[in-house]
Write a protein that binds this ligand. Structure first.
Ligand code: FAD
Length: 304
């Protein structure tokens, strides 16, 4: 099926998908296998791309994020999905269709799937790249298992880290210390950690120590906190600049996009997947949401 001509002629696509992570790719695979006209916008990078070892994806004992994405992209293309390797700049709601603006062109579609994920705020600790994804983790669901039986330091700017420390001790390792990054732990949380046998430190981490293996963290005041693994969380921002100005319903914090069961947002025809919407963020969850959105869109297109 020839897709590329249609990019110049302003043909109406059935669906435009923004983001080639697991969510966007799974949506494309389903939509492509319905023989719909599908265009995928792919800006390299994203959270899955930075995952070194995915071990909780059904059917794959262990896969790196880049390998999973590369295979998924080839799979989507094999079903006739057109791919534009550029960033989407804006999505507009027009009369009876969506207009998607990217690299100076305007593309039109009946449906849009926003699957552009989020980006993490990574702490500016010296030597972090050496250990990121190997012994410095940011996601308990993804990598908590990898801390099993090791000397763990949990670093957080909020009291959530104290709660996380208790959970980590229950599931993964008895040797847990919580580093309250730049704040004083309220007395009830200090008491909770003491009761649970979890060490606690307050200070400002500056440098990760160790050559091949992580050995500890140096604080701004010179103290060294020994550890073999770290769980550190700095928060996320959504990759949603291209949706700015659209009247999308948000959660009570005005952050995540509210969707119905199939992933449709408050704007009819605009579906939202993964970290952009409420719920847990995992590769396999995004993929499932992509499949669900695609199936819902197919029923609308053929008016079943
Ligand atoms: C270090 C690390 C380890 C992880 N390990 C695991 C794990 O083991 N198991 C697991 O299930 N999950 C893991 N995750 C979480 C997982 O990566 C996310 O849940 C997953 O990214 C969700 O997939 P997604 O398709 O929603 O988004 P993403 O994978 O973030 O994909 C979104 C894509 O959209 C692109 N994009 C963004 N903006 C635009 C735009 N304007 N135009 C075009 N493209 C755009 C991005 O570049 C990216 O390619 C890990 C995450 C990290 C950071």
């Amino acid at each position: 099926m020839e897709r590329t001509d249609s990019l110049e002629t302003g043909e109406l696509f059935d669906c435009i998908v923004v983001g080639a992570g697991p969510g966007g790719l799974q949506a494309c695979i389903h939509l492509g296998r319905y023989n719909f006209r599908v265009l995928l916008f792919h800006r390299p990078g994203g959270r899955t791309y930075h995952a070194k070892h995915i071990e909780n994806y059904l059917g794959l004992r262990a896969v790196s994020g880049p390998d999973l994405l590369e295979t998924g992209l080839a799979q989507a293309e094999s079903f006739g999905v057109a791919v534009e390797r550029v960033k989407v700049e804006r999505v507009e709601v027009r009369e009876g269709h969506f207009a998607v603006l990217a690299a100076g062109k305007t593309y039109r579609s009946r449906f849009v799937i926003a699957a552009s994920g989020a980006r993490e705020s990574i702490a500016p600790f010296k030597n972090l790249p050496r250990f990121f994804g190997i012994s410095y983790f940011t996601c308990m669901i993804c990598d908590g298992y990898r801390t099993t039986g090791k000397k763990l330091l949990v670093i957080d700017r909020t009291i959530n880290g104290a709660r996380m420390s208790v959970g980590m001790k229950q599931m993964f390792t008895k040797d847990v210390t919580f580093l309250a990054q730049g704040f004083s732990l309220p007395p009830q949380y200090a008491a909770l950690l003491d009761e649970e046998g979890i060490g606690r430190v307050e200070g400002r981490p500056e440098e990760l120590l160790g050559e091949k293996n992580l050995e500890g963290v140096r604080l701004a005041d010179g103290r060294v906190i020994p550890c073999e693994v770290i769980l550190g969380w700095g928060g996320i921002s959504l990759n949603e600049e291209y949706l700015e100005g659209l009247p999308l319903e948000r959660d009570t914090e005005g952050f995540k996009i509210v969707t119905k069961g199939s992933g449709e947002s408050s704007i009819p025809g605009l579906f939202v997947l993964g970290a952009l919407r409420q719920g847990h963020s995992q590769a396999i969850i995004s993929a499932g949401q992509g499949a669900e959105a695609a199936i819902e869109i197919s029923t609308r297109i053929v008016e079943l």
